[in-house]
Design a protein around this ligand. Structure first.
Ligand code: PMP
Length: 429
C-alpha cells in the first residue's frame, strides 16, 4: 500500500478480531510498517524509523542480493528436501564448516523452536533419559519440548510452576547482580550431581551461551565448561542455543560458545541464518545423529528446500562480502562505548551488557540493589519511538533494551540511537 492510505487503528482492530489474544504485538498503538531498507523501517505515513530490534533480518531489510537469489531459485525449483539438488548440499557443507570438530552433521528445519525441539530429542535418544537441565529466565521456543525448557516469566508468568517434572532449572547466572560469579557454576554443578544421585541424571543441558533473553548478559567465566563437564560425566549432552546470539552478531565471535571456550555437543541456529526467511538448523556429531536414527524420525517438508538453501547461501555470502561480523564488532563496540558514556551521566542506565550487535542497556532505580526500572523502560521505549527509534525491553524484569539491529547498522545510526536515548534520559520519559 502507498504511504498514507492505511488506517492504523482500524487495521489493528481487524488484527485483534482475527488473532488470538496470546498473539502479541509491539506497542499499544503500533505503527503500520510497509517497507524496510537496511536498518530502517518505513510506516504507512511515510515515517522512517531506525530498527534496533531486528536480529531476524540479519543482513538488513530488503537486501537486493538476497531478493534476487530467492527470486531466481523460486523460478527454477522449490520442493522438499528428499529430492536431490545442489543447494542443500552446498549450504549444509558451508554451515558445518563454520563449526569446530566434531560438529559435522546438519539437520535443516524452519525455526528456532523446531531446532531446539530436535536438539532435545537428540539428547533424549543419546542418553535414553528425559530429564533436562535448563537455565531459568530463558526462552527457547514454543513447541512442546522447547516450551518445556523455557521459563522466562516475561513470556509466561506461570512458566516455572508449570514445567513438566522432567525439566530441572538452575538460576539465571547474573554475574553482575551481587552473587559471586563462580557461585553460579558451583550451584549448577551441584544440581547436576544431586539429580544424578537421586536417580534422574540429566540427559541434556540447554543454555544460551550468552544470555540473549536477558539482553546479552555474558555468563560467568568458566560457567559452561564446568556445567558441560558435569553433565557429560553422567552421560548427558550439552546443547548451545545460538538462535539469538550466534551467526556473527557478537562481533568478536561467530558463535556465543566461543566466548566461553567450549565446544557443545549440539548447536541450534535459526533467525539470522535466514535473515527473515524461515530457516533453522541443528548441527551435531555423526555419532549423536546416528543414535537418533535408531528410534527417532525426522522429516521437514520445507526445511532445507531449494529456496531455503538458496537463502542460507546468499546470507552467508552477504555476511562474508559485506564484512558484517566485522561491522558488528566495530560499530557495536562503538555503540557500547557511547552507551557506557551515557551511563556515566544518567544514573538510571546502570550497565550495558553484551557484545557487538547484541547489546543490553539495563535501567535500574538503584545501582546498589539493581531494583529494575520496569515502568521507566517501557516509557523510554515509547519516547524513543516518537523520536524515530524502534526499541523494546527484554528480560524477566523488562528493564533491559534488546539492541540487536540488522548487522549493516551504521556508525551514523549508532550516533542517532545514542542521541535519542540521551535526549529521553535528559528531558524525561
Ligand atoms: N531459542 C532462542 C534463544 C530464542 O530467542 C528463540 C526465539 N526468540 C527461539 C529459540 C525460538 O525461535 P523461533 O521463534 O524461530 O521458533
Amino acid at each position: 500500500s502507498s504511504p498514507g492510505t492505511v488506517d492504523a487503528a482500524a487495521l489493528l482492530a481487524r488484527r485483534e478480531a482475527v488473532f488470538a489474544d496470546v498473539q502479541e504485538h509491539y506497542f499499544d498503538d503500533p505503527p503500520v510498517m510497509v517497507r524496510g531498507w537496511r536498518e530502517h523501517l518505513v510506516d504507512a505515513d511515510g515515517r522512517v524509523y531506525l530498527d534496533t530490534l531486528n536480529n531476524v533480518t540479519s543482513v538488513g531489510h530488503a537486501h537486493p542480493r538476497l531478493v534476487d537469489a530467492v527470486a531466481e531459485q523460486w523460478r527454477l525449483l522449490n520442493t522438499n528436501s528428499r529430492f536431490h539438488y545442489p543447494a542443500v548440499v552446498e549450504f549444509s557443507e558451508r554451515l558445518a564448516a563454520l563449526l569446530p570438530e566434531p560438529l559435522d552433521t546438519v539437520f535443516l528445519v524452519n525455526s528456532g523452536s523446531e531446532a531446539v525441539d530436535l536438539a532435545l530429542r537428540l539428547g533424549q535418544a543419546w542418553s535414553g533419559r528425559r530429564d533436562v537441565l535448563a537455565v531459568r529466565e530463558a526462552y527457547h521456543g514454543w513447541t512442546y519440548l522447547s516450551d518445556a525448557v523455557s521459563t522466562s516469566v516475561a513470556d509466561n508468568p506461570a512458566a516455572l510452576e508449570t514445567r513438566p517434572e522432567w525439566v530441572h532449572t538452575v538460576p539465571a547466572p547474573y554475574g553482575h547482580r551481587g552473587a559471586s560469579p563462580a557461585r553460579y557454576a558451583d550451584g549448577a554443578v551441584a544440581e547436576v550431581e544431586r539429580l544424578a544421585a537421586g536417580g534422574t541424571p540429566v540427559g541434556a543441558f540447554i543454555a544460551e551461551p550468552i544470555f540473549g533473553n536477558a539482553g546479552g548478559v555474558a555468563l560467568p567465566d568458566g560457567y559452561l565448561a564446568a556445567v558441560y563437564a558435569a553433565v557429560r560425566a553422567h552421560g548427558g549432552l550439552a546443547i548451545a542455543d545460538e538462535v539469538q546470539v550466534g551467526y556473527g552478531r557478537l562481533g568478536e565471535w561467530f558463535w556465543g560458545f566461543e566466548q566461553q571456550g567450549v565446544v557443545p555437543d549440539i548447536v541450534t541456529v535459526a533467525k539470522a541464518m535466514g535473515s527473515g526467511h524461515p530457516l533453522g538448523a541443528v548441527i551435531t556429531t555423526r555419532e549423536i545423529a546416528h543414535r537418533y536414527r535408531e528410534g527417532g524420525y525426522f522429516f521437514s517438508s520445507a526445511g532445507g528446500s531449494p529456496v531455503s538453501s538458496a537463502v542460507g547461501l546468499a546470507v552467508l555470502d552477504i555476511l562474508r562480502d559485506e564484512r558484517l561480523q566485522e561491522n558488528a564488532r566495530e560499530v557495536g563496540g562503538y555503540l557500547k562505548a557511547r552507551l557506557e558514556e551515557l551511563g556515566q551521566r544518567h544514573p538510571l542506565l546502570a550497565a550495558v551488557h553484551g557484545s557487538g550487535f547484541y547489546l543490553g542497556p539495563e535501567f535500574v532505580r538503584d545501582r546498589a540493589t539493581w531494583e529494575p526500572a520496569t515502568a521507566e523502560t517501557a516509557a523510554i521505549c515509547a519516547r524513543l519511538r516518537e523520536l524515530g527509534v524502534i526499541a523494546q525491553p527484554t528480560g524477566d524484569h523488562q528493564n533491559i533494551l534488546k539492541l540487536k539491529p540488522p548487522m549493516c547498522f551504521s556508525r551514523e545510526s549508532a550516533d542517532a540511537v545514542v542521541a535519542a536515548l540521551d535526549r529521553v534520559l535528559t528531558t524525561g520519559w
